[in-house]
Design a protein around this ligand. Sequence first.
Ligand SMILES: Cc1cc2nc3c(=O)[nH]c(=O)nc-3n(C[C@H](O)[C@H](O)[C@H](O)COP(=O)(O)OP(=O)(O)OC[C@H]3O[C@@H](n4cnc5c(N)ncnc54)[C@H](O)[C@@H]3O)c2cc1C
Length: 595
Amino acid sequence: MSSYTAPLKDMRFALTELAGLAEVAKLPGYQEATPDTVDAILEEASKFASEVLDPLNHSGDVEGSKWSDGKVATPKGFKEAYRQYAESGWSALPFDAEHGGQGLPKLVATAVEEMLTSSNMSFSLCPLLTQGAIHALELAGSDALKQTFLGNMVAGKWTGTMNLTEPQAGSDLALVKTRAKPAGDHYLITGQKIFITYGEHDMAENIVHLVLARTPEAPEGVKGISLFLVPKFLVKPDGSLGERNGAKCASIEHKLGIHASPTAVMVFENAKGYLIGEENKGLAYMFVMMNSARFSVGLEGMSIAERAFQRALAYAKERLQGKDLVQGGKTVPIIRHPDVRRMLMLMKSQTEAMRALAYVVAASMDVVSRSPNPEEKKKHQAFVDLMIPVVKGWSTETGIDVASLGVQVHGGMGFIEETGAAQHLRDARITTIYEGTTGIQASDLVGRKIAREGGATVKEWLKVLQQFDSELGKSKNSDIQSLRTHLAAAVKAVEESVAFILSAASKDPNAAFAGAVPFLKLMGITAGGWQMARAALIAEKKLPASEDKPFLEAKIKTARFFGDHVLSQASGLAATVTSGSAAVMSLSDEQFLAA
Ligand SMILES: Cc1cc2nc3c(=O)[nH]c(=O)nc-3n(C[C@H](O)[C@H](O)[C@H](O)COP(=O)(O)OP(=O)(O)OC[C@H]3O[C@@H](n4cnc5c(N)ncnc54)[C@H](O)[C@@H]3O)c2cc1C
């Protein structure tokens, strides 16, 4: 079975050349992010991922987490790996020094997160949810709550969860029923939550649940939801752990993938909870957590794609089948066959495009949190808001496609668990479901991010792409010119689709939303193509003086491939978007059943 090696060259290229690490490091408070420090962090994280997490990925999948009498045992090695993770300071990377964080940019933390996820997605989910909980507490928690909980969460001693889902309330959180009864300085929380990632486990001393619930007089729907902090163990005034709270794990789910990550049914029975922020504003706070988590789940799509690609490439170099089409003669490794190369290039080019886009968005998040310039902040916030559903929806759908191609490259052995290719496909499958399904991301994109503001941000972004076209025009490289043609067609496809969405949104919402997912995909491939084109231009400029020509040459060829095989789908997607609801809504509910 092939082992994981962090793609440090491509990560550094995306960090420095595309996402502008040097500019990010100039933002107030990020002076620690010097090239040497970032290099050392990447090297150390890559070692931790390859040497500690990767060896536990397959065994964790086979063993799974186990529930017994309210307790959950994670697979062999996870507890020790988590101890090392926390002690090495990985959990503290992106947080403010005030609560013990290292104050490094989100951009750097994103690269580290990629490595943790590629090597062991099940493990990485625990830090992912803890980080989201820390963000929500930082945003809306009282000083007392921050004082009591943040230090230990940032240090990785306590972990966090996100308790939204209930049996009747999945995509539609307006249906949340869990109750919160005021009781002096706290509330008593009663209800059931399902599908709670790391809701119970044995890797940390305490678990800090962030729970959505309704107070007695709360209005119906999303306007009556509040957010509460409910610890597994209550915390005494001196900071030590006290009594067990009434938040219990009733069972864990048996799942298609991410077997090592416990997915808990949580029962709250008069559990002591503390209000975060103000009553009835819970969903707004939770959105902060969800945005952070949505970005991270998008990263999961890309990270799994990277891992699946590495495994497929290793196999394709070794597996001997068939003869070279041109040379004939001896049996050759399957990597010699054009179709296998096509699959590998699809895997590689889409992974690089997803990485580039995610890192660029992470750099914008850093500008939002640290820039002293309000105009800059506003501009980058609008870009981040537009791109979050794209990073989440497109990267996860593509992650599944890439993991599936990984199985295909392995042939029959891909379907057999021992090779590990099947695990990536099983693990990737959840990413388009949790943190808002692809349908929900696409609705967010079309409704909130485009129609509601009359397409203002997307039109600004399209202007950037149009200006970039003239830069591309200056290149003499034929691969770059080919990519330029595809990118220009994709920009036109987005323009047409946006115009359609804007005109249909109020007149015929079904028409605007019927093509929401194809539109999300169109946005993803266009944004990815933009980054691949930027990468190709930079590679072209650096090539003459470079000591690593193969990497830069490959970057240009890979970008061209992305144009020919992925970006070329843009006009078809636009046709689907603008065909509106006619076909989608044409069958009546009865006709669906007419066999
Ligand atoms: C392994 C795992 C881990 C999870 N971890 C957590 C966690 O830590 N915390 C937590 O709170 N939850 C968690 N979840 C829950 C997860 O977020 C939900 O499953 C998800 O939001 C979808 O909700 P649902 O399952 O009820 O599906 P439904 O909402 O019933 O959706 C079913 C289908 O209908 C579509 N649909 C629904 N509404 C709309 C709409 N308005 N427009 C268009 N399409 C729509 C969906 O896209 C989907 O295809 C987890 C789930 C799993 C399986």
